[in-house]
Design a protein around this ligand. Structure first.
Ligand code: ADP
Length: 228
């Protein structure tokens, strides 16, 4: 079967049947607390931020989640892949996504003509719980404008495809060496701006693989998404 047929097969498959293909456990969006729920539960254990705080409407704050785990287990509309410009697979989160999606993901990626730094391109999710994968290529080292483009363009691609739930890994902060805290600031400020300007996204999940990233996001969410 061609990858196009496989892609449609998985996109149209009843959920129960699709779940039999997953390589890992599955987490659904309603199992992931929103930021206000997370804050209510954990506020006495999270160190207070020393940053200036920016209040947001609760409607916006409820569209954000932080979640520690493997992005390949999320059963949502799209997961973002921190890919390299060949789009042919690599290490880190890219390798994990390709392993879980199966070989057809690489076949589809091979037709896309690569991806420039900051760009984003969409493929099917195949055997992943996520329907789609949005591939973006982060900068190597601390280049805020390029990292901002990764988040913006990934969200724009999601919007163009009418996708309403999306998860990001910490793009560029692994093999590509972007320092974690400045990268988290770019991620949070860019996503916040997008959510304020676009009402049709239901949930943006920051998938934090490392405890150090979880600590950074817990602190910085207080800055960008302060609740009343
Ligand atoms: P980059 O080349 O953009 O730096 P990496 O894959 O090396 O990409 O790292 C990006 C982030 O993804 C790091 O925080 C890393 O810990 C995290 N990561 C690695 N594997 C997974 C996974 N299975 N799910 C979610 N995040 C992951």
């Amino acid at each position: 079967m061609s990858f196009e047929d496989e892609k449609q097969k998985f996109l149209n498959m009843p959920l129960e049947e699709k779940r039999s293909y997953y390589k890992s456990g599955v987490t659904t969006v309603d199992q992931i607390p929103t930021w206000p729920e997370y804050w209510e539960k954990n506020k006495f254990n999270i160190p207070k931020t020393l940053e200036n705080t920016e209040k947001v409407d609760k409607v916006i704050a409820k569209k954000i989640s932080i979640w520690q785990g493997d992005i390949t287990s999320l059963e949502i509309d799209a997961i973002v892949n921190a890919a390299n410009s060949s789009l042919l697979g690599g290490g880190g989160v890219d390798g994990a996504i390709h392993r879980a999606a199966g070989p057809n993901l690489k076949k589809e990626c091979a037709t896309l003509g690569g991806c420039r730094v900051g760009e984003a391109k969409i493929t099917g999710g195949y055997m992943l719980p996520a329907k789609y994968v949005i591939h973006t290529v982060g900068p190597q080292g601390e280049k805020p404008e390029k990292l901002r483009e990764c988040y913006e363009n990934s969200l724009t691609v999601a919007k163009e495809n009418h996708l309403r739930t999306i998860a990001f890994p910490c793009i560029s902060t692994g093999i590509y060496g972007y320092p974690q805290r400045p990268a988290a600031k770019v991620a949070l400020s860019t996503v916040k701006k997008f959510l304020l300007e676009n009402k049709d996204m239901d949930r943006v999940i920051f998938c934090l693989f490392l405890k150090t990233d979880k600590d950074i996001y817990e602190e910085l969410l207080q800055k960008y998404f302060t609740l009343d």
